[in-house]
Design a protein around this ligand. Structure first.
Ligand code: EAX
Length: 377
C-alpha cells in the first residue's frame, strides 16, 4: 500500500504547533522535528522500495474522476496519465471552477490512463465530436492537420530556457496564433497547460553525456522533431503511444523513454521499471486543453464564457501543480533509489543544434524568429 504523506499534513502540523502559542523557539523546534520525522519515515518507506508518493498541493490523486452527478452538462475528458498526474489535477481545478461558476450546471468527467485511447486517437475523436475534451501534449499535433503542421516549432530542443519565457511566448502572439490554427479542424484549443521539461530515463546505465545514449532504444512520442533530436543524440528513437510504454520498458523492448518528472513518476509510475533518470530537460513541452468545436458551439454564450474563463484560471493552477510535482518527484524518486544524473546543459545544447538545421522538419523560420526574440532577450 503506497503510503501518502501529504505536504499539507506536515504544514498543518507545523501551523497547529505554531497556533498552540508555544514559545517561537519551542514551536519551531517541534515543527522542525515533526517535519524531519515525517521525511525520515517517507525516505525509509521509499528506500524499502515502497515509494511514498508524496502528494503535492493541488494533487487529484484522491479525487473522483467523475464530476457531480447533478450537473446537466458533463464534459468527457480523456488523458493518458493517471489521476495522480498534473493533467488530472488541472482538470479537477477546471471542474471546480466550472461547477462553481455555473451553479453546478457544468462539470468534467475525467477518463485517465489512456481509457479513451492514445493522444492521437483522442484528438481525432474530439475533432469528430465523439469525445468532448482532451489534455494532450504537443506530440500528435503537428501531424494532426495541415493547419497545425507548424506546431513542430514548439518541439525544438532547448527552445525555452525558463518557464517564464515559455509562458511569455505561449500566452503571447505566437501561442495565440498557434491555438488559432485549430480553427476549422473540429477542435477548439482553449489554452496552453503544462507537460513540463522532458528528461531521459533508462534501465541500463547512468546517462551523463549525449554519447552515453549511443545505440539505446529510447521511446519518444510520435513526433518527428523529438525523433530527429534523439537521432542526432545517437539514440534509436522508437515512437510509441504512452499507454504501451510501461510494459515495453518492463519487457525490455525499449531501453528508455523521455518525459517530465511529473509524467514519469506521478502519472505513469515508470520509476518502477526505470532505475536511471537524467535531468537533461531536452524539451520544455507544453500541453493543450481542447474541446470539440461542435460541443463548444452547442453551449449558450454564457456557458461558453464561463468555460473559457474557468479554463484560463485552471491553466495557471495546473502549471504550478506540475512544477510542484516536478520538484517533489525528484525527491521521492531519489528516496526510492533511482539514480538521477545531472548534466552540463551546454554540452547537450551543442549536441542538439543540428536539429535546427534539419530542413526536412519544416520548421517555420518566422515563428522561430519570433520565439527566439523572446527567449534570447
Ligand atoms: O501528454 O506521450 C507522452 O510522452 C506524453 O508526455 C504523455 O502522453 C502526456
Amino acid at each position: 500500500m503506497k503510503k501518502f504523506i501529504s505536504l499539507a499534513l506536515v504544514a498543518a502540523m507545523t501551523a497547529s504547533l505554531a497556533a498552540c502559542g508555544g514559545s517561537s523557539t519551542a514551536t519551531t523546534t517541534a515543527a522542525a522535528d515533526a517535519e524531519t520525522e515525517a521525511a525520515a519515515t517517507e525516505s525509509k518507506e521509499a528506500a524499502a522500495g515502497e515509494a511514498a508518493m508524496t502528494q503535492v498541493e493541488g494533487s487529484a490523486a484522491d479525487e473522483d474522476p467523475l464530476g457531480s452527478a447533478d450537473a446537466k452538462i458533463h464534459f468527457k475528458a480523456g488523458i493518458t496519465g493517471s489521476m495522480s498526474g498534473a493533467y488530472a489535477a488541472g482538470l479537477v481545478a477546471l471542474r471546480n471552477h466550472l461547477e462553481e461558476m455555473s451553479n453546478g450546471e457544468m462539470t468534467v468527467d475525467i477518463y485517465p490512463s489512456s481509457a479513451l485511447g492514445n493522444e492521437s486517437d483522442m484528438l481525432d475523436a474530439v475533432s469528430m465530436g465523439t469525445q468532448d475534451m482532451i489534455v494532450t501534449s504537443t506530440g500528435p499535433i503537428p501531424a494532426f492537420a495541415n493547419a497545425t503542421a507548424n506546431w513542430g516549432v514548439l518541439d525544438l530542443p532547448y527552445l525555452f530556457p525558463t518557464y517564464e519565457t515559455a509562458y511569455e511566448v505561449l500566452d503571447g502572439e505566437v501561442g495565440q496564433f498557434l491555438l488559432g490554427e485549430f480553427e476549422g479542424t473540429g477542435v477548439k484549443a482553449l489554452g496552453f497547460w503544462e507537460n513540463g521539461y522532458r528528461c531521459t530515463t533508462n534501465s541500463k546505465k547512468e546517462i551523463v553525456h549525449p554519447d552515453d545514449l549511443k545505440g539505446m532504444k529510447i521511446r519518444t512520442m510520435e513526433n518527428k522533431v523529438h525523433m530527429a533530436t534523439y537521432t542526432v543524440l545517437g539514440a534509436t528513437p522508437t515512437a510509441m503511444a504512452m499507454g504501451e510504454v510501461f510494459s515495453a520498458l518492463q519487457q525490455g523492448t525499449i531501453d528508455g523513454q523521455e518525459n517530465p518528472f511529473s509524467i514519469t513518476y506521478y502519472a505513469n509510475k515508470l520509476h518502477e521499471v526505470q532505475p536511471y533518470m537524467t535531468e537533461n530537460n531536452v524539451f520544455y513541452s507544453p500541453s493543450v486543453l481542447a474541446i470539440s468545436q461542435d460541443v463548444f458551439d452547442g453551449l449558450t454564450e454564457d456557458q461558453q464564457k464561463i468555460l473559457v474563463e474557468a479554463a484560463d484560471l485552471a491553466k495557471d493552477e495546473q502549471r504550478q501543480i506540475e512544477q510542484r510535482m516536478a520538484v517533489q518527484a525528484r525527491k521521492d524518486m531519489e528516496a526510492y533509489g533511482i539514480v538521477i544524473s545531472d548534466i552540463d546543459q551546454d554540452e547537450w545544447i551543442e549536441a542538439t543544434k543540428p536539429v535546427y538545421e534539419d530542413s526536412s522538419l519544416g520548421i517555420d523560420a518566422d515563428l522561430l524568429a519570433k520565439i527566439q526574440a523572446v527567449t534570447n532577450k
